[in-house]
Design a protein around this ligand. Structure first.
Ligand code: NAD
Length: 250
């Protein structure tokens, strides 16, 4: 199994890509700590995969993170998946919207990495085990601008910068850090964005039309990349913005 012997923490694992990733990592032999702010989705994840250890964790709350991480063994994998899609351009983005998106999409990663990194590095030194951090970015980021994704693109671009900086600082120690950049993925929040559009049928057609492969990604198109980037199979890959977009950026 590709993640045997590794302990992995995933944020926003109650639904969507985080949940599929938690299930995939558990199937590959990892000890998985799956966290979210939604107790109901965590309960259903636990029912589906009892070996997964679930925990309530708000990645916007530094004290909660400190307490939660203090109770964990050293990690060999961290997948910072939590993020929010704000709809609109700069004139639709009030300062509070900007602050919220940067807090959840970027600063939460700073909080999580600062909390887990010391024990991760100690464990690498003591046991020789490799470790990998994966941060959720998007094709909508510094890689490409999309209409009505102003603060989303800005914040996900910052995720790529944060990722490269950490990769540069720790490459010599063997700690890897990459960003994942999916195309449009069929998840509960995407369904919410489609339902909130003035014409939901047209909105879904528009999302599909920008995908050269003619379909949305499923979470199962993305989870194998998460397994790969957390596993030692990707041991020579660091500082990358790994694009899984069905060809949008061709
Ligand atoms: P989603 O948006 O459907 O679910 C988000 C999850 O995050 C929920 O379980 C929610 O409870 C949790 N969450 C919200 N606030 C939280 C907080 N403060 N602390 C912890 N958890 C919190 O999931 P998704 O669509 O799979 O998106 C997951 C990530 O993937 C996001 O970072 C998103 O930006 C990114 N992404 C999504 C797509 C897409 O098309 N769905 C494409 C590219 C990137």
């Amino acid at each position: 199994m590709r993640l045997q012997g590794k302990t992995v923490l995933i944020t926003a694992a109650g639904q969507g890509i985080g949940r599929a990733s938690a299930l995939a990592c558990a199937r590959e032999g990892a000890r998985v700590f799956a966290t979210d702010i939604n107790p109901d989705t965590l309960a259903s994840l636990k029912a589906e995969a009892p070996s997964i250890e679930t925990g309530l964790l708000d990645v916007r709350d530094t004290n909660q993170i400190t307490r939660y991480v203090a109770g964990l063994p050293a990690l060999q994998g961290l997948f910072n998946c939590a993020g929010f899609v704000h709809h609109g351009g700069i004139l639709d983005c009030a300062e509070a919207d900007w602050d919220f998106s940067f807090d959840l999409n970027v600063k939460a990663m700073y909080r999580m990495i600062r909390a887990v990194l010391p024990a991760m590095l100690e464990d690498m030194k003591a046991s020789g085990r490799a470790a990998s951090i994966l941060n959720m970015a998007s094709m909508a980021s510094s890689l490409k601008g999309f209409p009505n994704r102003f603060v989303y693109c800005a914040s996900k671009g910052a995720v790529i910068g944060l990722t490269k900086a950490i990769a540069a600082d720790y490459a010599k120690l063997g700690l890897r850090c990459n960003a994942l950049c999916p195309g449009t993925v069929d998840t509960p929040s995407l369904r919410g964005r489609i339902a909130a559009a003035a014409d939901p049928v047209q909105a879904e057609k528009d999302f599909i039309a920008r995908q050269p492969m003619g379909r949305l990604a499923t979470v199962d198109d993305i989870a194998p990349q998460v397994v790969f980037l957390l596993s030692d199979e990707s041991k020579f890959v660091t500082g990358q913005a790994v694009v899984v977009d069905g060809g949008v950026l061709i």
